[in-house]
Design a protein around this ligand. Structure first.
Ligand SMILES: [Zn+2]
Length: 291
């Protein structure tokens, strides 16, 4: 499942293919739960619009349109957003961690999983949104239209501050890790990054949130940003549990300190890393380094 770093990588790659371009034609697959807006209406509203910006909030991508409306995109578990004529398997697999990039290389032919195709007035590259499992989302928010999905998101993880976490932690008995994964507090911190951040900050994931101090909250948020930025810089490969199928990325280094390292020695103190399940999520920590 793509986490914030993979979504941000996708945003950076696709931004030049969207921003400043005017949509000439839109093709979609049939209505399904993939579409938050009925596809026929979506197509009708998008034609003639120019895209002015591509933003990210948590794991959502938001394309701003020149009439004030916004196109909301979510990659779900297997979503791929890319330009036609993409010739690099690596580009796709770096942008997305789903099983495999489209088989047809170098030119990708849209298939039945290609739910959205944007054609532009400049007749340049077509932008495609493909999603095999269809857990992704695509919808149009009218001008000034609120969306409950966005409304309930907290501050984006890359611009969050320790105070944001500390404020939310006050009086809460829930484990600090559970709070860190709460998208309404900080948007975009995934399971791996939460475990890594808590290790770096030296805080036990199961500690009740209200017993985490402000300096510790600051350390947690700082560490979460650090591991996510590092992941973005390395194409999503340095810290995620995804290893590119072709193994071609010579730059790949496994930098995980605790995540999925149960029973292995802590890199700091050699104590065996432990694993528990918190709120249904695998949680890894060093019992010695994280009081
Ligand atoms: Zn340790």
């Amino acid at each position: 499942m793509p986490e914030l770093p993979e979504v941000e990588i996708t945003r950076r790659q696709i931004e030049p293919l969207l921003v400043g371009r005017k949509i000439r034609r839109v093709e979609t697959t049939k209505p399904s739960y993939f579409f938050l807006t009925p596809p026929a209406l979506l197509a009708k509203k998008l034609v003639g619009r120019r895209i002015t910006a591509l933003e990210r909030l948590g794991k959502y991508l938001i394309a701003r349109l020149d009439d004030g409306s916004r196109l909301l995109l979510h990659l779900g578990m297997t979503g791929q957003l890319f330009g036609s004529g993409v010739s690099s398997v690596r580009l796709l697999s770096a942008a997305r961690r789903s099983a495999l990039a489209p088989e047809a290389q170098p030119a990708f032919e849209p298939d039945l999983h290609t739910h959205l195709r944007l054609y532009f007035a400049d007749r340049g590259p077509v932008v495609l949104f493909r999603d095999v499992r269809k857990f992704g989302k695509c919808g149009l928010l009218p001008r000034d239209g609120a969306d409950e999905r966005l409304e309930k998101l907290g501050v984006d993880a890359l611009s969050a501050r320790g105070e944001d976490l500390f404020k939310a932690a006050a009086l809460r008995k829930i484990p600090i890790k559970t709070l860190l994964l709460d998208q309404s507090v900080i948007a975009g911190v995934g399971n791996i990054y939460a475990d890594e951040a808590l290790f770096l900050a030296g805080v036990l994931p199961t500690r009740p949130a209200k017993r985490v101090t402000l300096p510790e909250c600051k350390a947690i948020v700082k560490a979460a940003k650090r591991v996510m930025r590092r992941s973005i810089a390395t194409g999503g490969s340095s810290i995620s549990d995804y290893i590119q199928p072709d193994g071609r990325d010579g730059g790949y280094q496994d930098e995980r300190r605790v995540y999925a390292r149960e029973g292995e020695p802590c890199r700091a103190c050699r104590t065996k890393i432990r694993r528990v399940v918190l709120g249904g999520r695998s949680t890894h920590f060093c019992p010695r380094c994280q009081p």
